[in-house]
Design a protein around this ligand. Structure first.
Ligand SMILES: *Cc1c(COP(=O)(O)O)cnc(C)c1O
Length: 365
Protein backbone atom coordinates (compact mmCIF):
# COMPACT_ATOMS: atom_id res chain seq x y z
CA UNK A 1 0.00 0.00 0.00
CA UNK A 2 1.34 3.43 -0.90
CA UNK A 3 1.77 6.03 1.80
CA UNK A 4 -1.08 8.55 1.88
CA UNK A 5 -0.14 12.14 1.06
CA UNK A 6 1.16 13.96 4.15
CA UNK A 7 1.39 10.76 6.18
CA UNK A 8 4.58 9.15 7.47
CA UNK A 9 5.53 5.59 8.39
CA UNK A 10 5.00 5.76 12.12
CA UNK A 11 7.22 3.40 14.14
CA UNK A 12 6.23 4.86 17.52
CA UNK A 13 5.72 2.30 20.30
CA UNK A 14 2.40 3.65 21.55
CA UNK A 15 0.23 5.49 20.92
CA UNK A 16 1.01 3.95 17.59
CA UNK A 17 0.02 3.67 13.98
CA UNK A 18 -3.54 2.57 13.19
CA UNK A 19 -4.95 1.20 9.93
CA UNK A 20 -5.59 4.05 7.50
CA UNK A 21 -8.91 2.44 6.53
CA UNK A 22 -10.05 2.62 10.16
CA UNK A 23 -9.01 6.26 10.57
CA UNK A 24 -10.84 7.23 7.38
CA UNK A 25 -13.99 5.39 8.34
CA UNK A 26 -14.01 7.04 11.77
CA UNK A 27 -13.47 10.40 10.11
CA UNK A 28 -16.34 9.86 7.70
CA UNK A 29 -18.69 8.96 10.56
CA UNK A 30 -17.58 11.64 12.95
CA UNK A 31 -20.30 14.22 12.40
CA UNK A 32 -23.09 11.76 11.86
CA UNK A 33 -22.61 8.36 13.40
CA UNK A 34 -24.98 5.73 12.09
CA UNK A 35 -27.56 8.35 10.93
CA UNK A 36 -28.00 9.65 14.48
CA UNK A 37 -27.05 13.19 13.57
CA UNK A 38 -24.34 13.18 16.22
CA UNK A 39 -20.88 11.75 16.68
CA UNK A 40 -19.97 8.70 18.74
CA UNK A 41 -18.43 10.97 21.38
CA UNK A 42 -21.72 12.85 21.88
CA UNK A 43 -24.00 9.90 22.29
CA UNK A 44 -25.33 8.34 25.52
CA UNK A 45 -23.64 5.17 26.67
CA UNK A 46 -27.13 3.92 27.54
CA UNK A 47 -28.37 4.40 23.97
CA UNK A 48 -29.03 1.59 21.53
CA UNK A 49 -26.54 2.72 18.88
CA UNK A 50 -23.76 2.79 21.45
CA UNK A 51 -24.79 -0.52 23.02
CA UNK A 52 -24.51 -2.13 19.60
CA UNK A 53 -20.94 -0.90 19.21
CA UNK A 54 -20.09 -2.12 22.71
CA UNK A 55 -21.55 -5.61 22.21
CA UNK A 56 -20.14 -6.06 18.70
CA UNK A 57 -16.65 -5.09 19.84
CA UNK A 58 -16.76 -7.65 22.62
CA UNK A 59 -17.98 -10.44 20.39
CA UNK A 60 -15.48 -9.67 17.61
CA UNK A 61 -12.60 -9.75 20.10
CA UNK A 62 -13.72 -13.14 21.46
CA UNK A 63 -14.22 -14.45 17.94
CA UNK A 64 -10.71 -13.41 16.89
CA UNK A 65 -9.29 -15.06 20.00
CA UNK A 66 -11.46 -18.16 19.40
CA UNK A 67 -12.74 -18.02 22.95
CA UNK A 68 -16.14 -19.18 24.12
CA UNK A 69 -18.59 -17.77 26.60
CA UNK A 70 -16.57 -18.98 29.58
CA UNK A 71 -14.52 -15.83 28.93
CA UNK A 72 -15.63 -12.23 29.40
CA UNK A 73 -14.34 -9.04 27.78
CA UNK A 74 -14.09 -6.02 30.07
CA UNK A 75 -13.26 -2.40 29.21
CA UNK A 76 -11.38 -0.66 32.02
CA UNK A 77 -9.67 2.73 32.19
CA UNK A 78 -6.46 3.65 34.00
CA UNK A 79 -4.13 2.00 31.49
CA UNK A 80 -2.27 -1.27 31.78
CA UNK A 81 -0.55 0.39 34.73
CA UNK A 82 -3.75 0.24 36.80
CA UNK A 83 -4.06 -3.45 35.94
CA UNK A 84 -0.66 -3.93 37.59
CA UNK A 85 -2.37 -2.89 40.86
CA UNK A 86 -5.88 -4.29 40.32
CA UNK A 87 -4.66 -7.81 39.62
CA UNK A 88 -2.90 -8.37 42.97
CA UNK A 89 -5.61 -6.42 44.81
CA UNK A 90 -8.29 -8.76 43.52
CA UNK A 91 -6.52 -12.10 43.38
CA UNK A 92 -3.36 -12.27 45.52
CA UNK A 93 -2.87 -12.56 49.27
CA UNK A 94 -0.04 -13.15 51.73
CA UNK A 95 -0.74 -16.92 51.57
CA UNK A 96 -1.30 -17.05 47.81
CA UNK A 97 1.07 -14.56 46.28
CA UNK A 98 1.16 -13.29 42.75
CA UNK A 99 4.20 -14.83 41.06
CA UNK A 100 5.98 -12.71 38.45
CA UNK A 101 8.29 -13.40 35.56
CA UNK A 102 10.49 -10.33 35.19
CA UNK A 103 11.40 -9.91 31.53
CA UNK A 104 11.55 -6.14 31.15
CA UNK A 105 10.25 -2.80 32.36
CA UNK A 106 6.52 -3.43 32.44
CA UNK A 107 6.68 -6.84 34.11
CA UNK A 108 8.95 -5.24 36.73
CA UNK A 109 6.40 -2.45 37.19
CA UNK A 110 3.66 -5.06 37.62
CA UNK A 111 5.72 -6.87 40.28
CA UNK A 112 6.38 -3.56 42.01
CA UNK A 113 2.66 -2.99 42.55
CA UNK A 114 2.15 -6.49 43.99
CA UNK A 115 5.13 -5.84 46.23
CA UNK A 116 3.63 -2.60 47.53
CA UNK A 117 0.69 -4.72 48.67
CA UNK A 118 3.06 -7.32 50.14
CA UNK A 119 1.70 -10.06 47.87
CA UNK A 120 4.32 -10.42 45.13
CA UNK A 121 7.08 -12.95 44.47
CA UNK A 122 9.47 -13.60 41.60
CA UNK A 123 9.21 -16.76 39.51
CA UNK A 124 12.08 -15.90 37.18
CA UNK A 125 14.03 -12.90 36.00
CA UNK A 126 16.29 -12.01 33.10
CA UNK A 127 17.22 -8.68 34.68
CA UNK A 128 20.70 -9.80 35.77
CA UNK A 129 21.56 -10.61 32.17
CA UNK A 130 20.19 -7.31 30.83
CA UNK A 131 16.72 -8.40 29.66
CA UNK A 132 18.10 -9.80 26.41
CA UNK A 133 15.80 -12.80 26.60
CA UNK A 134 12.50 -13.99 27.96
CA UNK A 135 13.03 -16.60 30.70
CA UNK A 136 12.38 -20.06 29.30
CA UNK A 137 10.27 -22.75 30.87
CA UNK A 138 13.17 -24.37 32.72
CA UNK A 139 14.01 -21.04 34.39
CA UNK A 140 10.52 -20.66 35.90
CA UNK A 141 10.18 -21.49 39.58
CA UNK A 142 6.47 -21.90 39.93
CA UNK A 143 5.12 -21.92 43.46
CA UNK A 144 2.14 -24.31 43.49
CA UNK A 145 0.46 -22.04 46.08
CA UNK A 146 0.72 -18.93 43.91
CA UNK A 147 -2.51 -17.09 43.09
CA UNK A 148 -1.27 -16.71 39.51
CA UNK A 149 1.78 -16.61 37.30
CA UNK A 150 2.11 -13.21 35.60
CA UNK A 151 4.04 -12.76 32.38
CA UNK A 152 4.48 -9.85 30.02
CA UNK A 153 4.09 -11.53 26.65
CA UNK A 154 5.83 -8.89 24.59
CA UNK A 155 8.41 -6.60 26.13
CA UNK A 156 7.79 -3.36 24.28
CA UNK A 157 10.93 -1.59 25.47
CA UNK A 158 13.51 -4.38 25.14
CA UNK A 159 12.01 -5.93 22.03
CA UNK A 160 11.63 -9.48 23.32
CA UNK A 161 8.59 -11.71 23.15
CA UNK A 162 7.41 -15.05 24.50
CA UNK A 163 7.43 -17.75 21.85
CA UNK A 164 5.99 -20.39 24.13
CA UNK A 165 3.08 -20.56 26.53
CA UNK A 166 4.39 -21.16 30.05
CA UNK A 167 3.25 -24.38 31.66
CA UNK A 168 2.11 -23.64 35.22
CA UNK A 169 0.95 -26.93 36.74
CA UNK A 170 -2.50 -25.54 37.28
CA UNK A 171 -1.55 -22.10 38.60
CA UNK A 172 -3.72 -19.54 36.72
CA UNK A 173 -1.78 -17.88 33.89
CA UNK A 174 -2.03 -14.08 33.57
CA UNK A 175 -0.52 -12.12 30.69
CA UNK A 176 0.07 -8.50 29.85
CA UNK A 177 -0.34 -8.53 26.08
CA UNK A 178 -0.49 -4.76 25.67
CA UNK A 179 1.93 -4.71 22.77
CA UNK A 180 1.12 -7.95 20.97
CA UNK A 181 -2.59 -8.50 21.54
CA UNK A 182 -4.27 -9.87 18.39
CA UNK A 183 -0.98 -9.89 16.48
CA UNK A 184 -0.91 -13.66 15.92
CA UNK A 185 -2.94 -16.75 16.75
CA UNK A 186 -2.15 -18.02 20.23
CA UNK A 187 -3.95 -20.74 22.14
CA UNK A 188 -5.63 -18.12 24.32
CA UNK A 189 -7.56 -20.84 26.17
CA UNK A 190 -4.36 -21.65 28.03
CA UNK A 191 -4.59 -18.24 29.70
CA UNK A 192 -6.90 -17.35 32.54
CA UNK A 193 -6.50 -13.59 32.36
CA UNK A 194 -5.20 -11.45 29.51
CA UNK A 195 -5.06 -7.67 29.39
CA UNK A 196 -3.89 -5.06 26.94
CA UNK A 197 -3.70 -1.30 26.97
CA UNK A 198 -5.10 -0.77 23.48
CA UNK A 199 -2.85 2.12 22.43
CA UNK A 200 -0.14 -0.18 21.08
CA UNK A 201 -1.86 -2.48 18.65
CA UNK A 202 -5.60 -1.91 18.84
CA UNK A 203 -6.71 1.70 19.15
CA UNK A 204 -6.22 5.07 20.80
CA UNK A 205 -5.08 5.45 24.42
CA UNK A 206 -7.85 5.36 27.01
CA UNK A 207 -9.02 1.82 27.53
CA UNK A 208 -7.66 -1.54 28.56
CA UNK A 209 -9.09 -4.70 27.11
CA UNK A 210 -9.35 -7.44 29.73
CA UNK A 211 -10.25 -10.93 28.55
CA UNK A 212 -10.60 -13.31 31.46
CA UNK A 213 -12.32 -16.46 32.61
CA UNK A 214 -15.67 -15.67 34.17
CA UNK A 215 -15.03 -18.15 36.98
CA UNK A 216 -11.91 -16.17 37.89
CA UNK A 217 -13.54 -12.74 37.70
CA UNK A 218 -16.19 -13.96 40.10
CA UNK A 219 -13.46 -14.34 42.71
CA UNK A 220 -12.81 -10.56 42.77
CA UNK A 221 -12.12 -9.42 46.33
CA UNK A 222 -15.31 -8.06 47.86
CA UNK A 223 -13.55 -5.78 50.34
CA UNK A 224 -12.34 -3.52 47.53
CA UNK A 225 -13.99 -0.28 46.42
CA UNK A 226 -16.47 -0.82 43.61
CA UNK A 227 -14.39 0.53 40.73
CA UNK A 228 -11.36 -1.59 41.64
CA UNK A 229 -13.25 -4.88 41.44
CA UNK A 230 -13.37 -6.87 38.22
CA UNK A 231 -16.77 -8.29 39.03
CA UNK A 232 -18.24 -4.77 38.97
CA UNK A 233 -17.24 -4.50 35.32
CA UNK A 234 -18.47 -8.03 34.65
CA UNK A 235 -21.88 -7.70 36.30
CA UNK A 236 -22.55 -4.31 34.70
CA UNK A 237 -21.14 -5.21 31.27
CA UNK A 238 -18.41 -2.53 31.67
CA UNK A 239 -21.20 0.06 31.91
CA UNK A 240 -21.22 0.67 35.65
CA UNK A 241 -19.90 4.13 34.90
CA UNK A 242 -19.41 5.97 31.61
CA UNK A 243 -17.05 3.95 29.41
CA UNK A 244 -14.56 5.57 27.00
CA UNK A 245 -16.93 5.19 24.08
CA UNK A 246 -14.65 6.50 21.37
CA UNK A 247 -11.82 4.13 22.35
CA UNK A 248 -14.13 1.13 22.39
CA UNK A 249 -15.63 2.15 19.05
CA UNK A 250 -12.12 2.37 17.58
CA UNK A 251 -11.12 -1.03 19.00
CA UNK A 252 -14.29 -2.40 17.40
CA UNK A 253 -13.26 -0.95 14.04
CA UNK A 254 -9.75 -2.34 14.36
CA UNK A 255 -11.14 -5.79 15.25
CA UNK A 256 -13.39 -5.62 12.19
CA UNK A 257 -10.39 -4.57 10.09
CA UNK A 258 -8.35 -7.54 11.38
CA UNK A 259 -11.20 -9.87 10.42
CA UNK A 260 -11.44 -8.32 6.96
CA UNK A 261 -7.70 -8.86 6.45
CA UNK A 262 -7.98 -12.57 7.21
CA UNK A 263 -7.84 -12.68 11.01
CA UNK A 264 -4.94 -13.42 13.30
CA UNK A 265 -3.17 -15.86 10.99
CA UNK A 266 -3.04 -13.18 8.28
CA UNK A 267 -1.71 -10.69 10.86
CA UNK A 268 0.92 -13.21 11.98
CA UNK A 269 2.08 -13.82 8.44
CA UNK A 270 2.47 -10.11 7.71
CA UNK A 271 4.06 -9.36 11.06
CA UNK A 272 6.61 -12.15 10.56
CA UNK A 273 7.48 -10.76 7.11
CA UNK A 274 8.01 -7.26 8.50
CA UNK A 275 10.10 -8.54 11.39
CA UNK A 276 12.24 -10.65 9.05
CA UNK A 277 12.99 -7.64 6.85
CA UNK A 278 14.34 -5.70 9.83
CA UNK A 279 16.13 -8.57 11.57
CA UNK A 280 17.77 -9.51 8.26
CA UNK A 281 18.96 -5.91 7.93
CA UNK A 282 20.55 -6.25 11.38
CA UNK A 283 22.01 -9.72 10.82
CA UNK A 284 23.43 -8.86 7.39
CA UNK A 285 25.11 -5.63 8.50
CA UNK A 286 28.47 -7.15 9.55
CA UNK A 287 27.95 -5.93 13.09
CA UNK A 288 27.07 -2.32 12.19
CA UNK A 289 23.65 -2.90 13.73
CA UNK A 290 23.51 -4.91 16.96
CA UNK A 291 20.15 -6.34 17.96
CA UNK A 292 19.27 -6.15 21.66
CA UNK A 293 17.19 -9.33 21.82
CA UNK A 294 18.68 -12.82 21.80
CA UNK A 295 17.56 -14.50 18.59
CA UNK A 296 15.16 -16.96 20.20
CA UNK A 297 13.39 -14.15 22.10
CA UNK A 298 13.08 -11.65 19.27
CA UNK A 299 9.83 -9.70 19.19
CA UNK A 300 7.64 -9.56 16.08
CA UNK A 301 6.36 -6.19 17.27
CA UNK A 302 9.28 -4.09 18.51
CA UNK A 303 12.66 -4.44 16.84
CA UNK A 304 15.45 -2.99 18.98
CA UNK A 305 19.02 -2.36 17.84
CA UNK A 306 22.06 -0.22 18.45
CA UNK A 307 24.53 1.45 16.10
CA UNK A 308 28.32 1.72 16.56
CA UNK A 309 28.04 4.94 18.61
CA UNK A 310 25.53 7.47 19.92
CA UNK A 311 26.45 10.09 17.38
CA UNK A 312 25.50 7.74 14.56
CA UNK A 313 22.31 6.87 16.42
CA UNK A 314 21.30 10.54 16.53
CA UNK A 315 22.11 10.89 12.86
CA UNK A 316 20.09 7.75 12.07
CA UNK A 317 16.99 9.13 13.83
CA UNK A 318 17.25 12.48 12.04
CA UNK A 319 17.85 11.05 8.57
CA UNK A 320 15.14 8.44 9.01
CA UNK A 321 12.64 11.17 9.91
CA UNK A 322 13.69 13.14 6.84
CA UNK A 323 12.71 10.05 4.85
CA UNK A 324 9.23 9.81 6.44
CA UNK A 325 10.37 7.05 8.80
CA UNK A 326 9.30 8.43 12.17
CA UNK A 327 9.46 7.30 15.78
CA UNK A 328 12.49 5.00 15.54
CA UNK A 329 14.34 6.34 18.58
CA UNK A 330 14.60 3.66 21.26
CA UNK A 331 13.61 3.92 24.91
CA UNK A 332 16.29 5.61 27.03
CA UNK A 333 16.73 2.50 29.19
CA UNK A 334 17.95 0.46 26.21
CA UNK A 335 19.26 3.23 23.96
CA UNK A 336 19.63 2.95 20.21
CA UNK A 337 16.65 2.30 17.96
CA UNK A 338 13.29 0.67 18.27
CA UNK A 339 11.05 0.12 15.29
CA UNK A 340 7.52 -0.81 16.36
CA UNK A 341 5.83 -2.73 13.59
CA UNK A 342 2.36 -3.43 14.92
CA UNK A 343 -0.49 -4.88 12.86
CA UNK A 344 -1.23 -1.58 11.13
CA UNK A 345 2.32 -1.03 9.85
CA UNK A 346 2.25 -1.97 6.16
CA UNK A 347 4.94 -4.32 4.84
CA UNK A 348 6.09 -1.42 2.66
CA UNK A 349 6.90 0.55 5.81
CA UNK A 350 9.20 -2.15 7.14
CA UNK A 351 10.72 -2.66 3.67
CA UNK A 352 11.41 1.08 3.37
CA UNK A 353 13.08 1.12 6.78
CA UNK A 354 15.16 -1.97 5.96
CA UNK A 355 16.33 -0.31 2.75
CA UNK A 356 17.14 2.88 4.63
CA UNK A 357 19.17 0.84 7.16
CA UNK A 358 21.21 -0.70 4.38
CA UNK A 359 21.94 2.67 2.77
CA UNK A 360 22.74 4.32 6.08
CA UNK A 361 25.20 1.55 6.90
CA UNK A 362 26.89 1.89 3.50
CA UNK A 363 27.29 5.65 3.93
CA UNK A 364 28.53 5.51 7.50
CA UNK A 365 30.80 2.48 7.85
C1 LIG B 1 2.73 0.44 27.22
C2 LIG B 1 2.70 -0.77 28.04
C3 LIG B 1 2.20 -0.76 29.35
C4 LIG B 1 1.74 0.51 30.03
O1 LIG B 1 0.53 0.87 29.53
P1 LIG B 1 -0.28 2.17 30.08
O2 LIG B 1 -1.57 2.00 29.39
O3 LIG B 1 0.51 3.36 29.65
O4 LIG B 1 -0.37 2.05 31.55
C5 LIG B 1 2.16 -1.95 30.03
N1 LIG B 1 2.59 -3.10 29.48
C6 LIG B 1 3.08 -3.15 28.24
C7 LIG B 1 3.54 -4.44 27.68
C8 LIG B 1 3.15 -2.00 27.48
O5 LIG B 1 3.65 -2.04 26.24
Amino acid sequence: MKLEANRVYNFNPGPATLPIEVLKEAQSEFLNFNKNGMSIVEISHRSKPYEEVHAQTKSDVLELMQLGDDYEVLFIQGGASLQFAMIPMNFASAEHKGSYVLSGTFSSNAYKEANILGVGEIAASSKETGFHHVPNQSELKINPDAAYLHVCYNNTIYGTEFHYIPGTNGVPLFADMSSDMLSRPIDFKKFDFIYAGVQKNLGPAGVVLVVAKKSLIEKSRDTLPTMLRYDTFYKKDSLYNTPPEFCIYMVGKVAKWIKSQGGLSAMAERNAKKAKLLYDAIDNSNGFYRGHADKDSRSFMNVTFRLPNEELEKKFVAEAAANNLCGVKGHRSVGGMRASIYNAMPIEGAATLAEFMEQFKNHNS
